[in-house]
Design a protein around this ligand. Structure first.
Ligand SMILES: Nc1ncnc2c1ncn2[C@@H]1O[C@H](COP(=O)(O)OP(=O)(O)OP(=O)(O)O)[C@@H](O)[C@H]1O
Ligand SMILES: CC(=O)N[C@H]1[C@@H]2OC[C@@H](O2)[C@@H](O)[C@@H]1O[C@H](C)C(=O)O
Length: 366
């Protein structure tokens, strides 16, 4: 077992999560301390200005912010045997220009004095995969860790939503039929954008605004008519792929618009559940969206099984993604795959990720 620090800087651009995990890449040995290092307003603006870009000064500025914030976030928990550094996704077009997570793992390894695994998604995309989601191989280990006896679904509600269906009866995550994973659709991003634009607030905290509104007639049908929902998984989204949702609710009151966008996120999940090979015994929810009781109520009403925060199974829903990249880092180090046809649509199980040693290798002649 290695003692690993996994990091995640998610699409919401709120900050860097760091989670300590013991893992041999197959089994979880235990969880440890966590840290969170929020981005300040200036940093968030720098990151937001680089979203959707592939190169140029904005991307370089964002990369510097990401590197510095991660070095700061990791310092209190280090040193560790290994760091799994996801970085910040700026652009994601798996069937087009590729996928870009900024942050320089080689530099981070030198700064913090630990080996770093990074750039987890590029190889999967190069082999025809979606490059996301990657947490499913960790969800498989989680299903074993919590002792699940029947299929279980992990739902992450971040800026985007993603669902992993796990059959815990299988031996390994790369086995055929062990996993099915895909992004369900937009989760919190459109709602965040709405309350930011209209009220200057970063989120609909506690679902307070949506709770006062009504879901507008006919809007869910219009939303679900998007070809995305009929597309067979695996499939993945960029944060802004559903930016046109803002226009759909433009004429509504603040509360009705919030209620409608929240209902759309829940409807996207319900729609996605139909792709699961068998109904899961329960849905365990991670990510910030589980703190929104309106969204959780809407989900519970539209799904046919219990919907609980992952805490109900003894996991930490704020840290699951960071833990995932710690676990995946060990898999990369051991040459084990991190994605498979059922998780990203890649042609065959694939590893990926770059490994940077703590100290730069001596140049020839040194
Ligand atoms: N108390 C709360 N009430 C309502 N919504 C909340 C609350 N706390 C968090 N959220 C929502 O969750 C979002 C953050 O979720 P999370 O940290 O899981 O996203 P992320 O990891 O950045 O995204 P992704 O998983 O897509 O990369 C916030 O932007 C907000 O929309
Ligand atoms: C390209 C990218 O960064 N995708 C993220 C994003 O955030 C949620 C969803 O969209 C998921 O596909 C993925 O992250 C999680 C951690 C994953 O790879 O499993």
């Amino acid at each position: 077992m290695l003692r690993v620090l996994g990091t995640m800087s998610g699409t919401s651009l709120d900050g860097v999560d760091v989670a300590e995990i013991e893992s041999d890449g197959i089994r979880i040995g235990g969880f440890g301390r966590n840290a969170y290092r929020p981005y300040d307003d200036r940093e968030r603006r720098v990151l937001a200005a680089a979203l959707g870009r592939w190169h140029g000064p904005e991307v370089e500025a964002a990369a510097s912010v990401v590197d510095a914030a991660h070095a700061e976030a990791l310092a209190p928990l280090g040193p560790a045997d290994l760091v799994g550094f996801h970085g910040q996704t700026l652009a994601h077009e798996p069937r087009g220009r590729g996928t870009l997570q900024v942050g320089d793992g080689a530099r981070l390894a030198r700064d913090i004095g630990c080996p770093v695994v990074w750039d987890f998604r590029s190889d999967d995309v190069a082999l025809g995969g979606e490059g996301a989601p990657l947490a499913p191989f960790f969800h498989f280990a989680c299903a074993k860790w919590i002792g699940a006896q029947a299929p279980v679904a992990f739902l992450n509600l971040g800026g985007v939503g993603n669902l992993t269906w796990v059959d815990p009866a299988r031996t390994a995550p790369e086995d055929e039929g062990a996993l099915l994973a895909f992004d369900t659709g937009p989760a919190n991003a459109p709602l965040n954008d709405l309350v930011q634009a209209r009220l200057g607030q970063p989120m609909d905290r506690g679902g307070a605004l949506a709770a006062r509104g009504q879901v507008a007639d006919g809007m869910l049908e219009t939303f679900l008519a998007d070809p995305w929902f009929a597309r067979i998984p695996p499939k993945s989204l960029d944060r802004n792929d559903f930016a046109e949702m803002a226009a759909l609710v433009e004429g509504l009151s603040d509360a009705d618009a919030a209620a409608t966008l929240t209902a759309m996120s829940a409807a996207a999940v319900a729609q996605g559940m139909a792709f699961c090979p068998a109904p899961p015994a329960r849905v365990l929810v991670a990510g910030g969206g589980r703190h929104n009781p309106v969204l959780m109520r809407m989900l519970a009403a539209s799904l046919d099984c219990p919907v609980d925060p992952v805490e109900a199974a003894g996991l930490d829903g704020d840290m699951l993604e960071a833990q995932a990249f710690g676990h995946l880092a060990v898999r990369v180090l051991r040459g084990l795959p991190t994605s498979a046809p059922g998780t990203t649509g890649v042609r065959a199980p694939v590893g990926g990720g770059r490994i940077s040693p703590a100290h730069a290798a001596a140049a020839p002649g040194d």
